[in-house]
Design a binder for this molecule. Structure first.
Ligand code: UD1
Ligand code: MG
Length: 494
C-alpha cells in the first residue's frame, strides 16, 4: 500500500488498470527444451524484462499467464510482484486472455503484452494507455512500421486513426501482404468491450487456436473504436520467435546499454564487441577496450581501464583500477589503483585492497590481499589473508585443501615469500618474515624469522664429467651382451 500522498497521487490513476503478460507458450520455433520466455537476451530472461518495464505503471495487478515450465516462469516473475495463472493446455492468445479474466478483479482496462517482446519501454506503454483513455477506445493496438514485416500479424486500417482487423501472416490475402504496419501484440483493452468480443472468436486457423487478434475484428465490426498507435522506435516491438530474433533483440539491448554508459562518460572502444549487462555501471573516464564483458551487478569506478578480452561478473572496482588483457573476475572487490593481469583469474570472494598488484597466471579464491601487496607471477592463493606490502614470489602455492576440508593461510605485513614455495595450510607467516625460495612450509613462521623447508644443496666438483665417461664406457659391454643373448638361447635349444 502506498504511504505518502505523493505516492498515492502516483498510484491512484492506474488502480483501474491491470497488466496481462502472455507467457504460456512453448516457443516451438526456437527448437529448445526451455520455454521461450525463459530464454535470455540483454542479460535477463525475456519475461523478466517485460515485468520490469510494467512495474512503474503501478497497475493494480500484474498477471502472468503461464503454461510451459510454469514453475520456472513463476520463479522469475513472482519475486517481482506478479501473480501467475495457469493456462493448461494452451489454446492460443485469446484463450490465454480468458484464463486470466478471473485474476483481473475490478480492473476497467488491461494492458496486454506477449512474453516474447522484451524491448518494450515503460514510456511507450504510458503513451499507449494515454492514447487509449483519451480516445475512449475499446482497444488500442501498439503497431510498428517495419521494412520486413514477415512473421507478424498485419494491421488493416479502417481510417487514418482506426483499425478494422489484424490479419495473421498465414491468413493474408495477396493485397494485405503489401501492408508493412504490424501488430506488436501489445494492446490496451477496455475490458467490458473485450470479453463479449472474445466470446465470439472461433478457432478458425490451422492451429485451431483462439486468436486474441480476431477479437479486434469483432469489436471493429460492432462499431467499437479500435485505434492503433505507431511505436516511435520500431525496435521496441521486436518479438523473439526464432534464435535469429533472440540475437537481434540481444544486440539492441546491448547497444542501448552501451549508449547509456557512454553518455555517462565512459569510453567504449569498438562498442559493438562489448557486452554489458543491464545492472552494470561505470564511472567517468573509464575506458573499456574491445571484446570485454561486464556481467551481473559489476560496478566500476572512475578512470578505470578494462583491457581487451576481460570478463567481469559481479565485480566491484574502485577508482583508477587497471584490468590488463584477458582477466576473469567473479564476485570480487578491487579497491583503488589495483592492477591485475594480464591473464589473472579471480574466483569468488576476494578483496584486493588499494594498490595491490596481481600479475600473470595468478589465481585467487576467497582471499584478502592487503594494501600494496604484490603477487606477480604463476601463483595460487586460496583462503588466504595477506597483510600489506608483502611480496609473494613466483610460483607460490597455498595448499588449502586436503581432499576433505579447506584451511586458511595467514601471511602478515612486509613478508617476503620466495619463489616456488608451497604453504601447507593451516599455516601462519608472521610480519616481516622471509620464506626461502623452494620451501615447503608446514609449520608457522614467526615474525621476522626465516622459514626454510627444503633439502640442502650439495655441490660435487667434477661429478658430471666423470658420469659422462662412465656412461660412455658402459655403452660397449651393453652392445656385446645383446649379441650374447641369442647364442645362449640357441645353446639351450640344442
Ligand atoms: C503474435 C500475434 C501477432 C503479432 C506477434 C507480435 C496472435 C495470434 N498473433 O504472434 O499478430 O504480430 O505476436 O510478436 O496473437 N501464448 C500464451 N498462450 C497461448 C499462446 C501463446 O500464453 O496459448 C503466449 C506466448 O507464450 C507468447 C505470446 O503469447 O509469449 C505470443 O505468442 P506467439 O506464439 O509468440 O505469437 P506470434 O506468432 O508471435
Ligand atoms: Mg511471438
Amino acid at each position: 500500500m502506498p504511504g505518502t500522498p505523493a505516492e498515492w497521487a502516483e498510484t491512484m490513476p492506474n488502480q483501474d488498470l491491470a497488466i496481462v503478460i502472455l507467457a504460456a507458450g512453448k516457443g516451438t520455433r526456437l527448437k529448445s527444451s526451455l520455454a521461450k520466455v525463459l530464454h535470455r537476451a540483454g542479460g535477463r530472461s525475456l519475461v523478466e524484462h517485460i515485468v520490469r518495464a510494467c512495474e512503474p505503471l503501478k497497475a493494480r495487478e500484474v498477471v502472468v499467464v503461464v503454461g510451459h515450465q510454469s514453475e520456472q516462469v513463476g520463479a522469475v516473475v513472482e519475486p517481482l510482484g506478479a501473480v501467475t495463472v495457469l493456462q493448461q493446455p494452451q489454446h492460443g492468445t485469446g484463450h490465454a486472455m480468458q484464463v486470466a479474466k478471473r485474476a483481473l478483479g475490478r480492473a476497467k482496462f488491461a494492458v496486454v503484452l506477449p512474453g516474447d517482446a522484451p524491448l518494450i519501454r515503460t514510456e511507450t506503454l504510458k503513451a499507449l494507455i494515454t492514447a487509449h483513455r483519451n480516445g475512449d477506445a475499446a482497444a488500442t493496438i501498439l503497431s510498428a512500421v517495419l521494412t520486413d514485416p514477415s512473421g507478424y500479424g498485419r494491421v488493416v486500417r479502417k481510417s487514418e486513426t482506426t483499425v478494422s482487423a489484424i490479419v495473421e501472416e498465414s491468413q493474408l490475402t495477396g493485397e494485405q501482404s503489401e501492408i508493412n504496419e504490424i501488430n506488436s501484440a501489445i494492446y490496451c483493452f477496455t475490458l467490458e468491450k473485450l470479453w463479449p468480443a472474445l466470446a465470439k472468436v472461433k478457432p478458425n486457423n490451422k492451429h485451431r487456436e483462439l486468436y486474441l487478434t480476431d477479437a479486434i475484428g469483432v469489436m471493429s465490426l460492432k462499431g467499437e473504436t479500435v485505434l492503433a498507435q505507431v511505436a516511435a522506435d520500431s525496435r521496441e516491438v521486436l518479438g523473439c520467435n526464432t534464435r535469429a530474433d533472440l540475437a537481434e533483440v540481444d544486440r539492441v539491448f546491448r547497444e542501448w546499454k552501451r549508449a547509456e554508459l557512454m553518455s555517462a562518460g565512459v569510453t567504449i572502444q569498438l562498442p559493438e564487441t562489448v557486452l554489458i549487462d543491464p545492472e552494470v555501471n561505470a564511472g567517468e573516464d573509464t575506458v573499456i577496450e574491445p571484446g570485454v564483458q561486464l556481467l551481473g551487478k559489476t560496478k566500476i569506478g572512475a578512470r578505470c581501464t578494462i583491457r581487451t578480452g576481460s570478463v567481469l561478473t559481479d565485480a566491484a572496482l574502485g577508482d583508477d583500477v587497471i584490468v590488463e588483457p584477458h582477466c576473469v573476475v567473479a564476485q570480487s572487490r578491487l579497491d583503488d589503483r589495483v592492477i591485475i593481469g594480464p591473464f589473472a583469474r579471480l574466483r569468488p570472494d576476494n578483496h584486493l585492497k588499494a594498490d595491490v598488484r596481481i600479475g600473470n597466471f595468478v589465481e585467487l579464491k576467497k582471499s584478502t590481499v592487503g594494501e600494496g601487496t604484490k603477487a606477480m607471477h604463476l601463483t595460487y592463493l586460496g583462503d588466504a589473508k595477506i597483510g600489506t606490502k608483502t611480496n609473494i614470489g613466483a610460483g607460490t602455492i597455498t595448499c588449502n585443501y586436503d581432499g576433505f576440508h579447506k584451511y586458511p593461510t595467514t601471511i602478515g605485513n612486509k613478508v617476503f615469500v620466495g619463489s616456488d614455495s608451497t604453504l601447507v595450510a593451516p599455516v601462519r607467516i608472521g610480519d616481516g618474515a622471509y620464506v626461502a625460495a623452494g620451501s615447503t612450509i608446514t609449520d608457522n613462521v614467526p615474525a621476522d624469522a626465516l622459514g626454510i623447508g627444503r633439502g640442502r644443496q650439495a655441490t660435487k666438483p667434477g661429478w658430471a664429467s666423470k658420469k659422462r665417461r662412465e656412461l660412455a664406457t658402459a655403452e660397449k659391454p651393453k652392445k656385446k651382451s645383446k649379441r650374447a643373448k641369442p647364442r645362449k638361447k640357441s645353446r639351450r635349444r640344442r
